[in-house]
Every structure is written in structure tokens, then in C-alpha cells.
Design a protein around this ligand. Structure first.
Ligand SMILES: NC(=O)c1ccc[n+]([C@@H]2O[C@H](COP(=O)([O-])OP(=O)(O)OC[C@H]3O[C@@H](n4cnc5c(N)ncnc54)[C@H](O)[C@@H]3O)[C@@H](O)[C@H]2O)c1
Length: 447
């Protein structure tokens, strides 16, 4: 099928590459000319396992093209995906300007009926707005063309985005039109062979499903962080508690890891956006507001521990930081906990020596050259003469370090572990002070 994808970011590029990978003929449109030119040369703008090879294979076969030419893109696909960003605006609501700009573009150039698919995460009611926008432009042009607007939210996880798109748990389609459903079935048939994965519903329910999914996951994390903070005060070990509750199949082990807070481009903004949506319809979303508040507090946790350990004075301290991306297997640093920590450390006069397996270029792009940040080439060099090691991201590369080397290189043998990767008893035996999240001892009492 001929498909056009507007927005070549994490979602658009992965979706386009996966659709092209099964044989669809895909044109990707972006307003970022540099990104498009790089993609034409095979330079992938993001790190995502498996993506580079998949893009190359389909681009070489002529099934995946990149352009800034919106008119060409609109003419190409019967199906037009909107996969542009929906960042928070000033009050935390989803900013729809990019989505509506694409809707306008499609309406400006379409000369045949189109199925417009909202792939971006958008508040309930957005499909109606897209529809109104397209109708208004078509009317101005004096064209009477048929079009449909479908909600098809994306559930991929960064770090496993290609695999998630190739083998989705579910494909949610929001439409009331049997003809559109049938076209979407045809599009996704290659991903729907093992068992029925399409869940078809009305547009508004589909739009809400995406927010409900992300808010549920964020709630699980904030719940565990609340328990971890309690465990710390009560002298319990949250890792034992996690296993104790995860063993109940009604709870399960997924997504109940305590840590230094969730980040990324989705959970923080989607929780906020649903809070605003709720408030706009006169509902006070107490639980969601608390999920957000607990997470904001949790992102300060490591700094509070570090500050307490050093008796409140971090001026001139050098902190080794392992992990800059918001989670492993991505270079995405949007809303990452590492950023909140670094800002606090810098404000307190500390210096940061950081290492991340994939996010070094992104960190360079965000922070440029500053005297209180050294981006180091290896995790070992980040330790050199540092006063403490802090772990912010649970990359595999950090899970079993050489603790003798860690101890030798640090000037204070202390680890602040924001992801509970290490065994406190083992580190104690090695003579390394260890502070995790909710591991039964508060830093203050040990400083
Ligand atoms: N990143 C994720 O893990 C993820 C997962 C599920 C859903 N989502 C949702 O998908 C949407 C996209 O997220 P993302 O992370 O891929 O964003 P992104 O910022 O990585 O990419 C967005 C792209 O859209 C382009 N763009 C903006 N305006 C455009 C226009 N008028 N025409 C063409 N291109 C335009 C930008 O240049 C950019 O390349 C968001 O709504 C997000 O919430 C993201």
C-alpha cells in the first residue's frame, strides 16, 4: 500500500521503516531539512536498536523515501500518518500546533480521498479538530473530497521500538467506518498473522486509550517510588517488597521497579496533558496529580542523598555520573532524571563527569561546552578522582562493574544507585558506601 508519514522522529521513522520492511511503499515528510538530507545519506538521527539496518534495507529497495516536499507526500499515500510531536504547552496541555499544521498541509495538497491517521499522542477530541481543519481548507479551495480521520495511537517503547512495531501487543484503531477499518486491516495484516491484535473502537475511546496506558504505567512507577520512600523510613528493603508483591499474578513483576523517577518524552507530558484534559471537563484527577507530584519529588531524590552524604556542601565536588538517557537502549534525554540531577549539582557548585553508552552526542547537543560538565569516553574514565559515583540509567553496561576499580578510582568510595542495580551487602563487604532507592537505610543517619 502507498503510505505517507509526516514527522520522522522516534515514532514516525520507526513506523515508516517497519511498514516499508514488510513491503509497503512509504514516503516520509519532515520540515527538518537537515534530518531529511541525512536520512537520504543513510544517517539515522536517533539511536534505536535495529533501526539503521531496517531503514537502509528499505531505502535501498526504493520502498522508503525521505523528503521535505509535502505536496509529493500528500499525493503519494492513500493513508497519511500524522506522527509529529505534541509537546506540552505553557499549562501542560498537549500543544496541537504541529498536528494541525500537518492536517492543513494534507488538505492544501490533496486531490483524491485520504485516510488521515493520528499516530501522535493527542487528547480526546483531536480527530474532530483535525477533521474540522481539513474541511475548512478544502472548502476554501472549493474542493469536495472525501476523507476520514482515524485514531491509531502508538504504544512502542523507546529502546525496543522496532521490535515493538514489528510484533505489537495490540493495534488500536479508532474509527466508526467499516471501509476505513478494512483499509487499516489491510495495512496491518502483516503484523496480525499470529492472532487477532486489532482492537477497533470509536475514535474518542482510542484517543483516551493511549493516555490511559501511559498514565497507568506512570502510576505503577510512582506507587513503587512512594513505597520505596516509606521503606527507607521504616528500615525495609523495597527490593524484597517488590519481589513479594510481584509474585502475586494480579500485580505482576512488570513496571514495579523503584528508582530516581520516570522521564522521557511520553510519561511526564502525557500525565500532565490528561490532568489538563480532566480539568477542562470539570473533573479533578487527584490520582494523576499525585503521580506527577511523586515523580517530580523522586527526581530530586539522588541529589538529596548526595547532599546529605557530603554534609550539605557540594561546592567543588566532582561527581561521576553513569547514564544520561532517560532509560537504557536509547539516546533520548528528554525529561531524563539525569538532567534534573545535573542541574541541582551544578546549582550547588559541583562538577559532573558523565558517561552514557549512546547519549553522549545528545548531551553535547543539549549542554555544549561548559566547565562543570566533562563528557567522558568510557565509564571507567568517568570515575577518575571523582568524589562519588551516581547511577541514573540501568544500562546493561553498568550492571556488573569492576568494583575494585570503582573503589580505586573514586576519591570517596561511595555509590548512589538510582536504579537499585547493586547488592548493598556485597558493596558493604567491599568497603563501598552504598545508597540505593528504598533500601532500608536513610543517608542522613549514615552521613
Ligand atoms: N517517542 C516515543 O516513545 C513515543 C511513543 C508513543 C507515542 N509517541 C507520540 O508520538 C508523537 C511523536 O513523538 P516523537 O517522539 O516521534 O517526536 P519527535 O520529536 O522525535 O519527532 C517529531 C518530528 O516531527 C517533525 N515535524 C514537526 N512538524 C512537522 C510538520 N509540519 N511536517 C512534517 N514533520 C514535522 C519534526 O521535525 C520531528 O522530526 C508524539 O505525540 C508522542 O507523544 C511517542
Amino acid at each position: 500500500m502507498k503510505v505517507t508519514v509526516f514527522g520522522i522522529g522516534y515514532v514516525g521513522l520507526v513506523q515508516a521503516a517497519v511498514l516499508a520492511g514488510v513491503g509497503h511503499d512509504v514516503v516520509c515528510v519532515d520540515i527538518d531539512a537537515e534530518r531529511v538530507e541525512n536520512l537520504k545519506k543513510g544517517i539515522i538521527p536517533i539511536y534505536e536498536p535495529g533501526l539503521s539496518a531496517l531503514v537502509k534495507e528499505s531505502a535501498d529497495a526504493g520502498r522508503l523515501q525521505f523528503t521535505t516536499d509535502a505536496e509529493l507526500g500528500v499525493k503519494h499515500g492513500r493513508i497519511q500518518f500524522i506522527a509529529v510531536g505534541t509537546p506540552p504547552d505553557e499549562d501542560g496541555s498537549a500543544d496541537l500546533q504541529y498536528v494541525l499544521a500537518v492536517a492543513k498541509t494534507i488538505a492544501t495538497y490533496m486531490v483524491a480521498p485520504k485516510i488521515i491517521v493520528d499516530k501522535s499522542t493527542v487528547p480526546v477530541g483531536t480527530a474532530d479538530k483535525v477533521s474540522d481543519c481539513v474541511s475548512a481548507v478544502l472548502k476554501e479551495r472549493g474542493f469536495d473530497l472525501g476523507f476520514d480521520v482515524v485514531s491509531n495511537p502508538e504504544f512502542l517503547k523507546e529502546g525496543a521500538a522496532v521490535a515493538d512495531c514489528q510484533r505489537p501487543d495490540r493495534i488500536v484503531i479508532g474509527t466508526d467506518s467499516p471501509a476505513v477499518e478494512s483499509k487499516m486491516r489491510e495495512l496491518y495484516a502483516p503484523f496480525n498473522r499470529n492472532h487477532e491484535k486489532l482492537i477497533v473502537m470509536d475514535v474518542r475511546s482510542a484517543e483516551l486509550t493511549k493516555y490511559a496506558a501511559n498514565c497507568m504505567l506512570a502510576t505503577k512507577i510512582s506507587f513503587m517510588n512512594e513505597m520505596a520512600n516509606l521503606a527507607e523510613k521504616l528500615g525495609a528493603d523495597i527490593e524484597k517488597v517488590r519481589q513479594g508483591i510481584g509474585s502475586d499474578p494480579r500485580i505482576g513483576y512488570h513496571f514495579i521497579y523503584p528508582g530516581c523517577g520516570y522521564g522521557g518524552s511520553c510519561f511526564p507530558k502525557d500525565v500532565q496533558a490528561l490532568v489538563r484534559t480532566a480539568e477542562k471537563v470539570g473533573y479533578v484527577p487527584e490520582l494523576l496529580k499525585s503521580v506527577e507530584a511523586v515523580n517530580s519529588r523522586q527526581k530530586e531524590k539522588l541529589f538529596t542523598h548526595i547532599q546529605a552524604y557530603f554534609g550539605g556542601d557540594l561546592h567543588g565536588k566532582k561527581i561521576a555520573l553513569w547514564g544520561l538517557s532517560f532509560k537504557p537502549n536509547t539516546d533520548d534525554m528528554r525529561d531524563a532524571s539525569s538532567r534534573v540531577l545535573m542541574d541541582s549539582l551544578w546549582a550547588a557548585g559541583a562538577m559532573v563527569q558523565a558517561y552514557d553508552p549512546e547519549a553522549m552526542n545528545e548531551a553535547q547537543r543539549i549542554y555544549g561546552a561548559r566547565s562543570d560538565l566533562s563528557l567522558m569516553g568510557t565509564k571507567e574514565s568517568a570515575l577518575n578522582a571523582a568524589d562519588a559515583l551516581v547511577v541514573c540509567t540501568e544500562w546493561n553496561a553498568f550492571k556488573a562493574p569492576d568494583f575494585d576499580l570503582v573503589k580505586e578510582r573514586l576519591s570517596h568510595a561511595v555509590i548512589f544507585d538510582g536504579r537499585n542495580l547493586y547488592d548493598p551487602a556485597m558493596l558493604e563487604q567491599q568497603g563501598i558506601a552504598y545508597y540505593g532507592i528504598g533500601r532500608g537505610r536513610s543517608v542522613l543517619s549514615f552521613s
